[in-house]
Design a protein around this ligand. Structure first.
Ligand code: NAD
Ligand code: UGA
Length: 438
């Protein structure tokens, strides 16, 4: 059993805290957000993440997981301190490191014994050294510490499983002894552990996210070509994926990637390259294609409906992906904002992101199920591939609508079946982008 402190109790910090306590360690999770900590002490989760509340409850009950807002309390017995605060997009596309700086300064001012400080937040290459400097500069008395980079690769919606069964653990440090001790913490996860220098570990995280985003933009570009040539991108991706060198993952064409990570991380990597005099052409193309996907969906809708003024349009799914309530960079916000600004009544349904969506889309008329969503609607736009949308009663949906128009930004349905039901149906890259064929 090790004493671990986790700074920042968001998607990553809370999962990290829950998972390490479940592995038998004693974990104190700290956040500056008092409401979040008060709620967690009452068992109220700040996020929707399948399976998370059970693991949190189990470990709080077992006396292995604690929540606090006090750095002094959190660091008292700590051996390992994970920094898992947000690193959102800054004004020029760089990662905004203000929360990391604040956390590092407070750790430095509060620590009263040696610590291993682990950067779990996604931070620009060189941040490990910068954190070291901040700690040195802010310590009232010199105390030993080491900085280790341990990037996180979990996905929202499957965070607990991803954390507990990672494909690899990447550790970066100039202090091999510290890296070895952090490696020991991760042994129960039974994944290959790779130890590198700090900067390489930091780069592995950005390169991994950028590569996955590239696959998505690649298949979206292929989808556009499919629309011009009459091929079906779903089958194309399937055919490509059987090649073991390619694989099936991250080849789903659609509305493009959203969320709190791919958009900001691709931008931040591009920014890092540019300030060092490099021209990241591929990253620019990835972002350009991704931005276009949202316009592409709006254009398809416009082609069918014409003017949006006075139309009732239902957004089926609001979260940036299924199994989460996270609305950061959700395509629904771009689509909803545009439709609302152009005079449409925008309705929304999402199984988990209801409250989160209302906060960022105040104009939204929220409903309780997909059938209410389409009642009297001029069109429905599919934006999140929740499982519960896969078996909708198409006949019932069609009959409820004023005009049976469906723009399927997630390719959830089969074009031929939808057309047979009488829908004007447009997917992404499912054949010619004209008339009834796409
Ligand atoms: P989040 O916004 O959900 O949570 C961040 C938390 O940090 C908030 O609760 C905030 O109050 C707290 N915080 C901010 N400053 C603090 C401080 N000085 N002291 C204590 N707490 C503080 O963020 P997230 O989505 O968990 O992401 C955290 C980091 O992990 C980011 O760098 C992100 O890129 C990376 N990451 C996220 C995911 C993901 O799926 N969300 C996956 C891998 C990596
Ligand atoms: C992503 C990575 O998958 C994680 O490994 C990483 O840790 C995380 O970012 C991070 O750094 O925060 P996440 O954003 O939670 O995880 O979700 P993904 O499943 O990767 O989906 C990202 C976006 O791409 C979603 O909008 C999703 O709908 C979209 N997507 C995904 C596609 O459009 N097509 C695909 O084939 C796959």
């Amino acid at each position: 059993m090790k004493n671990i402190t986790v700074i920042g109790v968001g998607y990553v910090g809370l999962v990290t805290s829950a998972a390490f306590s479940d592995l038998g360690n004693c974990v104190t999770a700290l956040d500056i957000n008092e409401e979040r900590i008060t709620n967690l002490k009452k068992g109220i989760m700040p996020i929707f993440e399948p399976g998370l509340s059970e693991v949190v409850e189990r470990n709080v009950r077992a006396g292995r997981l604690f929540f606090t807002t006090s750095y002094a309390e959190a660091l008292k017995d700590a051996e390992f301190v994970f920094i898992a605060v947000g690193t959102p997009e800054g004004v020029d596309g760089e990662a905004d490191l203000q929360y990391v700086r604040m956390a590092a300064e407070t750790i430095a001012k509060t620590m009263d014994h040696p610590l291993i400080i682990i950067n779990k937040s996604t931070v620009p290459v060189g941040t490990g050294d910068w954190v070291s400097d901040i700690i040195h500069e802010n310590q009232p008395h010199p105390l030993e510490f080491s900085v280790v980079s341990c990037p996180e690769f979990l996905r929202e919606g499957s965070a607990i499983t991803d954390f507990m069964t990672p494909d690899r653990t990447v550790l970066g440090s100039e202090d091999t002894n510290a890296a070895e001790r952090v490696a020991q913490l991760h042994l129960p996860l039974r994944a290959p552990i790779m130890v590198t220098d700090l900067r390489t570990a930091e780069m592995i995280k950005y390169a991994s996210n950028a590569f996955l985003a590239t696959r998505i933009s690649f298949i979206n570009e292929i989808a556009h070509i499919c629309e011009a040539l009459g091929a079906d991108v779903k089958e194309v991706a399937r055919g490509m994926g059987y090649d073991k060198r390619i694989g099936h993952h991250f080849l789903e064409a659609g509305i493009g990637y959203g969320g709190s990570c791919f958009p900001k991380d691709v931008k931040a990597l591009s920014h890092m390259a540019q300030i060092h005099g490099k021209h990241p052409q591929l990253l620019h193309a990835v972002m350009e294609i991704n931005d276009y996907q949202r316009r592409h969906v709006l254009l398809k809708l416009h082609d069918v409906l014409g003017d949006f003024k006075g139309r009732i349009i239902g957004l089926l799914g609001l979260a940036f992906k299924q199994n989460t309530d996270d609305m950061r960079e959700a395509p629904s916000t771009t689509i909803g904002d545009y439709l609302s600004e152009h005079g449409a009544t925008v309705r929304g349904y999402d199984p988990a992101a209801r409250d989160a969506a209302k906060r960022v889309m105040p104009y939204l008329e929220l409903v309780n199920n997909p059938y209410e969503l389409v009642k009297g609607a001029d069109a429905v736009v599919v934006l999140t591939p929740w499982n519960e949308f896969k078996q909708l009663d198409g006949q019932r949906v069609k009959e409820a609508m004023r005009t049976p128009v469906m723009i399927d930004g997630r390719n959830l349905y089969e074009p031929a079946a939808m057309r047979e039901l009488g829908f004007v149906y447009h997917g992404i890259g499912r054949g010619y982008n004209t008339g009834d064929n796409s």
